[in-house]
Each structure stands twice: as C-alpha cells, then as structure tokens.
Ligand binder design. Sequence first.
Ligand code: NAD
Length: 306
Amino acid sequence: SSCRNPYLAASKHFVEKDLEVSAAGRVFMITGANSGIGKATALAIAKRGGTVHMVCRNKDKAEEARADIVKETGNKEVYVHVLDLSETKKVWEFAEGFKKKYKTLNVLVNNAGAIMNQREVNAEGLEKSFATNVLGVFILTKSLIPLIEKSLDPRVVSHGVLWGMLVQKLRIGNLQSDRGRFDGTMVYAQHKRQQVVLTEQWAKAHPTIHFSVMHPGWVDTPTVANAMPDFHRSMKASLRSPEQGADTVLWLALSEAATKNPSGRFYQDRRVVPAHLPLAWTHSSPLEEQKLMALLEDMAKTFQPH
Ligand SMILES: NC(=O)c1ccc[n+]([C@@H]2O[C@H](COP(=O)([O-])OP(=O)(O)OC[C@H]3O[C@@H](n4cnc5c(N)ncnc54)[C@H](O)[C@@H]3O)[C@@H](O)[C@H]2O)c1
C-alpha cells in the first residue's frame, strides 16, 4: 500500500515550487539515461525544455528510450551518445570529443552504476565495476570540468547509496578488488563511498561548480532486481518508482534552493544528510582521501589519449 512507500512520507516537507522551473536553454548530460532513475531524470528535464545528452552503453536501448522521451515531451533536443563507461580509454576519447564539439554543459549527472556478480577485467586490466563506478566517473567529470566551469549555474550530481555509507569505510589498498573473495555488492558499496570522497574533493578544488551526491531511496529498477533478487522480492511493496527515485536528482540539478546549500554534500529526499553515522568507524583521514585522488589521477593519466 502507498503508506509503506517512504517517499510519500518524505515528500511532505518538499517545497513544490522548487521544481516548477524551466530548463530551457540549459544543457544536461546524464549517464545510463536509458533505464530506471536515469531515464526518469532525462524525461523530467526534457519536459522542462532542457537539452539532454544521454550517454548510454547500448545504442538500441538508448534510441528506444530517446524515442519515448521525445514522444512524451515533444522536446527534440535529446541526443544519444554511445559509450560503455567500463572502457577506460573510450571514456577519455568521448569526453575530449564532447568538449571540442559542444560549447556548453550546465549539468552533469553521474547516474550510471554497475554491480558485478563476479570479478571481470576490462581491456586495460581494471576490474569492470571499478572502471565504471569510480574511474569512469572520475575521467568523465575531470575531463568535462573545464566545459562545465564556463557554463552558467554549473552543477555535477552523482549517485550514492546511503547503506553503502554505513557499511564501507574508504579503502584504497584494494582498488581492483583482486584480493580476498569478490562480493560484488560490497564492492559496489565501496565504490559509492569513493564517489562521496570524489564529490567532497572536487567541491574544494572547483568552488564555482555545485557538486552533490545523493541517495535516491530504494527504487524498483533492473539493477536492484538483478543484483539483489531476495531483497527486491521482500521489499517490492515499499520500493519507490523510478520517478520518485529521480526527485532528489532533479531537485539538485534544477532547483535554486539546492545551490543555497554548500557544495560537496550528501543528500536524501532533498535534505543534506551525514555521509557517516555520528562517531562512526567509517571516517577516513584527509591523507587517505588525497591518496585516493592521487591514485585515480595517475591511473587516469596512464590511459589518456595523446
Ligand atoms: N535503484 C536503487 O534502489 C538505487 C539505490 C541507490 C543508488 N542507486 C543508483 O542509481 C543509479 C541508477 O541505477 P538504477 O537503479 O536506475 O538502475 P538501472 O539498472 O535502471 O540503471 C543503471 C544504468 O546504468 C547503466 N550502466 C551500467 N553500466 C554501464 C556502463 N558500463 N556504461 C554505461 N552505462 C552503464 C545501465 O545501462 C543503466 O542505464 C546507479 O548509480 C545506482 O547505483 C540506485
């Protein structure tokens, strides 16, 4: 029943007019925009007149989603780019090419995320979910920052997982998950912890851009159904719809209210929430956080096209 859905309780404090905004004249890039929360985000932005660049792995699925969005919104400024974020060199090539071709990018939404059942490596020898969830996000964002920075009211919104914040402390000693048993769900939670650190560090380094990372709630999408089938089955009645899951992303990407909060924070249901429990063991030292940035920087450089 609807009373089990936590979104309905949380939305009681929402200010409705925060999202009664036009996105006309603004340019958005959304990764993994063909499905789930990403598609709901793309559709809501297109509905408000924004230009949407959908960055997707599968061309057919992306074109199908694009056709749905154009049909439902009447907005034709919706573009498909084919990119597998787990292919490290291709991420560089895509971002550098985009920067040359387009003059504006107001908002980047790092939506795509992957949970692997078993450890696999990409052509560069990197564990695939790390390449997608961490290094792909790092390279895409880093490469596009100069373009984002010169656009009006620039923002970067990334996807985190609140539960991941409770169960994972930043660990930089096993970035390739090649030691110990591979538990794809815990690896994914660690990647989300790393994305929180990236967001905090970028916020410090690039004060003109508004960075945020948010937990969409538990949402009924293929990622959850495939990677956590038991959880999905038992929670089904209280899972949110993709539209409800997209609410805080949209609020962070579109509302004026969001940018009144400081950059680099973690959100759930339009509110800043701590990325750690009080006195939690999950806190990391500034030195470790800087080490993560340096490691990613070095790794990214290794695969940068010349
Ligand atoms: N559904 C939830 O309950 C939940 C909870 C917390 C966070 N999230 C986050 O929300 C985001 C969206 O996930 P969703 O739940 O809508 O699932 P989804 O499966 O509907 O969407 C995931 C998207 O990411 C894309 N993707 C995965 N690997 C990719 C790759 N290598 N290259 C390009 N695209 C790739 C998929 O194609 C898909 O479009 C993810 O970052 C996820 O971690 C979801």
